[in-house]
Design a protein around this ligand. Structure first.
Ligand SMILES: NC(=O)C1=CN([C@@H]2O[C@H](COP(=O)(O)OP(=O)(O)OC[C@H]3O[C@@H](n4cnc5c(N)ncnc54)[C@H](O)[C@@H]3O)[C@@H](O)[C@H]2O)[C@@H](O)CC1
Ligand SMILES: Nc1ncnc2c1ncn2[C@@H]1O[C@H](COP(=O)(O)OP(=O)(O)O)[C@@H](O)[C@H]1O
Ligand SMILES: [K+]
Length: 477
């Protein structure tokens, strides 16, 4: 953002970029207000350009008849052009500095926010670090109790733009208007939850071709889906082997197979103690006796869901010279040196708890810093890592952009939905996708299927699997 901004600013008249940002911000605020004339708008203004955007947008709303008051957190370091524009448009200005430097916001500010229809958060944007400072923190608390719509400028103030971490107090917005491109903090939890809905305003930047973080969209997924053609047969489409389930957890095998059957492989081979349960539900499955080493040829393996304590199956799969997905119990049972020593690709799919165990840190640490956790795991194991949870990330073994999954729903937090995901991703691996593509396409389809299956009500993991064909059709339209 900084580089792209500098390049464009050098070519444009001074302030033009900020005007573009402010115009987009004001238009969104006007849309939210419905009727601008007579509405009550409060601007929370920090000391940087983020406050400048908010002030110019406030001036535009004031010219359309809104009652606009700017609350200044740094009265002597406020963006001068923005402040002058607001004053010219008839806006009011007050200080937001707490009387004792921290603690509570001035009483007048509390009243303003209490009466406001809309509050614009221009405290801090990409220039912020380390949570809101003590002088700004009380405002975030006031917003939580207010009935006003909260619109964040560029980012909810206080979240880490580059990582999605939240290191202290931060503003919770209903909507964030962001400029130029999405910042990682808008896409990765916990910060993502603070942003509310996100609207992107194009300010004409030319962005670098490769970003540190990328999200697939429908067309990207459609372009990666394996489709059968005239020359296809079941073997050429790829055979995926599922080594999952145990006497205690036969259902995990059934669910992994249910995902694998909807992932594009031409055949699904199952090895393990749950063959009867698998066949009863999915008669098309090729069930083999004996361990993975004695099963017929496959183009990719999935090992681990519901595997209990069967370490030998995990070891046999890791020794295979084909792409391998390791999930659930497999992550615990896998010999770490054997994972690192593999030459064919490995895709690991931990949730936060499993990732924490692999990294030797508390689960909370992984949840608070998903991006660095996924990158670190990928680096340590020389594997592609799909970190599951509120935000699913896929980090490749050799670095490069991390993929963040934009689909999904919290309804997916249901027992067995991870088994469906691993079968699906394994099937895509067998069909020839790279681990990065297989993981990110699987997460995308799984997230969409979760939304279709749940649609506002609880859904079981098998419902998610059954909604996968609908997800395929949706991305291919
Ligand atoms: N440069 C440009 O022309 C453009 C910039 N844009 C806006 O400019 C923003 C970046 O502006 P700046 O670089 O001035 O930085 P910011 O306005 O994001 O923040 C910098 C100021 O915030 C204070 N600050 C830092 N951390 C804080 C914290 N934790 N709590 C409270 N205050 C804190 C700092 O003292 C500093 O003065 C973007 O987010 C975007 O909103 C847009 O107008 C697009 C064009
Ligand atoms: N809060 C959440 N929001 C969105 N998706 C979630 C959330 N919690 C879990 N998920 C998704 O649900 C699935 C759960 O998988 P997992 O934790 O392996 O459960 P299980 O082992 O029971 O199958 C993953 O795809 C994960 O990304
Ligand atoms: K902000």
């Amino acid at each position: 953002m900084r580089t792209a901004e500098r390049e464009l600013m050098a070519r444009l008249p001074e302030g033009a970029l900020m005007q573009r940002a402010a115009a987009g911000l004001a238009a969104t605020c006007a849309e939210l207000l419905g009727r601008v004339y007579g509405s009550r708008v409060v601007l929370l203004i920090g000391s940087g350009d983020n406050g400048g955007d908010a002030l110019y947008a406030g001036a535009r709303l004031a010219r359309r008849g809104a009652g606009v008051t700017a609350v200044l957190l740094a009265p002597d370091r406020t963006h001068p052009g923005g402040l002058a524009a607001l004053r010219r448009a008839g806006g009011a200005v007050t200080s937001g500095v707490p009387a004792d430097g921290a603690g509570a916001a001035p009483r007048a500010v509390e009243e303003l926010i209490g009466r406001a229809d809309l509050v614009v958060d221009g405290i801090v944007g990409i220039g912020g670090k380390g949570g809101l400072r003590p002088d700004a923190a009380p405002l975030a608390a006031l917003l939580r109790d207010s009935r006003a719509v909260v619109v964040a400028v560029d980012l909810p103030s206080g979240v880490e733009a580059d990582t999605g971490e939240v290191l202290g107090e931060a503003v919770r917005a209903d909507l964030t208007v962001t400029f130029g491109t999405h910042k990682p903090g808008l896409l990765i939890d916990p910060a993502r939850e603070y942003a509310g809905s996100v609207r992107l305003v194009d300010i004409g930047l030319t962005l670098p071709a490769e970003a540190g973080l990328e999200a697939l969209q429908h067309a990207d997924v459609a372009a990666r889906l394996p489709l059968p053609g005239a020359a296809s047969d079941k073997y050429r489409r790829g055979v995926v082997g599922i080594a999952a389930g145990s006497a205690r957890y036969p259902g995990a095998a059934v669910l992994a197979v249910s995902g694998a059957l909807r992932g594009g492989a031409g055949a699904v081979r199952y090895v393990g103690p749950a063959g009867d349960a698998v066949i009863a539900r999915f008669p098309e499955t090729l069930v083999s006796d004996g361990g993975p080493a004695r099963a017929g040829r496959v183009q990719a393996w999935v090992v681990g869901p519901g595997a209990g304590d069967d370490a030998s199956a995990v070891a046999e799969v890791l020794a295979a010279d084909v792409p391998v997905l390791v999930d659930a119990d497999g992550l615990r049972l896998a010999d770490r040196a054997a994972v690192r020593a593999r030459t064919a690709p490995t895709l690991m799919t931990p949730h936060a708890g499993e990732a924490a165990a692999l990294l030797g840190v508390p689960r909370e640490t992984v949840e608070a810093s998903r991006l660095s956790s996924a990158r670190e795991l990928a680096r340590r194991y020389g594997a592609t890592v799909l970190l599951k949870g509120a935000t699913t990330l896929v980090a490749d073994a050799d670095g490069g952009p991390v993929r963040v999954n934009p689909t999904g729903t919290a309804w997916l937090a249901t027992a067995g939905s991870g088994d469906v995901l691993s079968g699906l991703a394994g099937s895509l691996l067998a069909a020839g996708l790279s681990p990065l593509d297989a993981g990110s396409v699987a997460a995308y389809l799984h997230g969409l299927a979760g939304r279709f299956a749940a649609d506002g009500a609880p859904a079981g993991a098998h419902d998610v699997a059954e909604a996968l064909p609908e997800a395929w059709r949706d991305v291919r339209v």
